[in-house]
Design a protein. Structure first.
Length: 68
């Protein structure tokens, strides 16, 4: 198994490039946007197993993402 750790600029492009070729993904993020939530839902509909670890932060955009 290969593990690659990334942070900083370009992270979104790195994730999107790799996420669509995966069968199982785990996302660990303090917040989730509505756009990201929709993407994760779409991935599950094509058989990708998605695990999401996040906070219970009352930030409005985070709450909206989690209510998808």
């Amino acid at each position: 198994m290969s593990i690659e750790v990334r942070c900083s600029r370009g992270l979104r492009d790195f994730v999107l490039k790799n996420i669509y070729s995966s069968r199982k993904i785990t996302i660990v993020s303090p917040w989730i946007s509505e756009e990201t939530a929709k993407m994760l839902i779409d991935l599950t509909s094509v058989g990708v197993k998605v695990s999401l670890i996040t906070t219970n932060d009352p930030l409005p955009s985070h709450v909206k993402g989690l209510s998808m």
